[in-house]
Design a binder for this molecule. Structure first.
Ligand SMILES: NC(=O)c1ccc[n+]([C@@H]2O[C@H](COP(=O)([O-])OP(=O)(O)OC[C@H]3O[C@@H](n4cnc5c(N)ncnc54)[C@H](O)[C@@H]3O)[C@@H](O)[C@H]2O)c1
Length: 351
């Protein structure tokens, strides 16, 4: 009888009363695998100070990780651990280099986030263009008849500028097609032929900012994109333009954006992500009427929960069956002798 393949989920999936706060994340598939593939799963201990300790992960073959940090100390002595499956696509809480060193594969779930985050970007864009927040306030404050002073701006016929044309950016592109928008994208790594085939004009960021009516940030946060939208670049935007950010807060220099919004040098912004999360209660951005905010959760829907769960669980089950999981962040970890040996071992064990 082979050893079971042990999977640990981080405890922050659970609410205080022991429910899975995300709803259905596809755990039935892990339960089925308990019978078919000898996979067992449970929740890890709560991560002290937000970091998983070596003792927390001892004896596990794979982890499904939501928020806690996975550091060099977490994985250094983890002799069984083969996989950290991130529930989502951001992996700033995982020390990838340390995982590679330790022979631990890190995977993400781009199939889970693509549609829900792209729909979120569209939701924010439409909320801005149709002035949803303003109109809600008109009704609640007895100003029903002020509606003529609050005309919206239809996206149709206007210019969409996607800053980042990756997994999510391309999906925003697809979703916006029926709206009849001119589409621009700025992404130094995007394939110009693929963009042209979709009717998207790849341009320099400065050009995009000067032309876009709706600039949508969907690029990765890297040292190069930190404060990519700084005061100088924000100054290029049209006074009628809107900014949407569903990627990461630090891509936009928030103090500069606050100034630009306060002085109405752009029309408005919708931000799911901020430089400091949560923001300081006195952050001047919070008192501006032309900004719409969400707590890094505009994409949190049943579709996202199930899609991310299924992606992470698929990675776990692939590895348990001796297959290479999809969407590795550090594929070079597969060359690590310990991980190669584990994959061979799993293949034999499953047969
Ligand atoms: N708000 C949320 O809940 C949420 C959820 C999922 C992902 N995200 C964020 O969205 C980002 C994008 O996700 P994805 O799945 O599309 O990732 P992805 O890796 O497929 O796409 C990122 C794109 O950014 C581009 N890029 C890199 N440097 C750039 C630069 N200097 N200028 C313009 N583009 C640049 C890359 O070439 C790539 O095409 C993630 O990195 C994550 O931070 C947010």
């Amino acid at each position: 009888m082979p050893e079971p393949f042990r999977v640990g989920l981080t405890r922050d999936f659970l609410t205080d009363d022991g429910r899975i706060g995300w709803g259905d994340i596809g755990l039935s598939r892990l339960d089925e695998a308990a019978l078919d593939d000898g996979v067992v799963w449970d929740f890890l201990p709560a991560a002290e100070d937000g970091e998983l300790a070596a003792a927390d992960v001892a004896g596990y073959d794979a982890l499904i990780v939501l928020g806690p940090r996975v550091t060099a100390a977490t994985v250094a002595d983890a002799d069984r651990l083969s996989l950290v499956a991130r529930f989502g696509v951001g992996y700033d809480n995982v020390d990838v280099a340390a995982c590679t060193e330790a022979g631990v594969l890190v995977t993400i779930t781009p199939d889970g986030v693509r549609r829900p985050v792209a729909v979120s970007a569209l939701t924010l864009l439409l909320a801005l263009s149709h002035r949803v927040l303003d109109k809600d306030r008109l009704v609640r404050t007895g100003r029903w008849n002020d509606k003529l002073d609050h005309m919206g701006v239809s996206p149709s016929g206007r210019t969409l500028g996607l800053i980042g044309w990756g997994n999510i950016g391309r999906e925003v592109s697809r979703l916006c097609e029926p709206l009849g928008m001119t589409q621009l994208a700025a992404d130094p790594y995007a394939d110009p032929q693929a963009a042209a085939a979709r009717g998207v004009e790849l341009v320099e960021l400065e050009d995009l900012l000067a032309r876009a009516d709706f600039a949508v940030v969907t690029c990765a946060l890297t040292p190069q994109t930190h404060h990519l939208l700084d005061a100088g670049r924000l100054a290029l935007m049209k006074p009628t333009a809107f900014l949407v950010n569903v990627a990461r807060g630090p891509i936009v220099e928030q103090s500069a954006l606050t100034e630009v919004l306060a002085e109405r040098r752009i029309a408005g912004a919708a931000l799911d992500v901020l430089e400091a999360e949560p923001p300081h209660p006195d952050d001047p951005l919070l008192s501006l009427p032309n900004v719409l905010l969400a707590p890094h959760a505009i994409a949190w829907t049943d579709e996202l929960a199930l899609g991310n769960g299924e992606g992470a669980i698929a990675a776990v089950l692939d590895l348990a069956s001796g297959r290479e999981p999809a969407h590795p962040v550090n594929p070079q970890a597969l060359d690590h002798p310990r991980l190669r040996a584990r994959i061979r071992h799993s293949r034999k064990a499953v047969r």
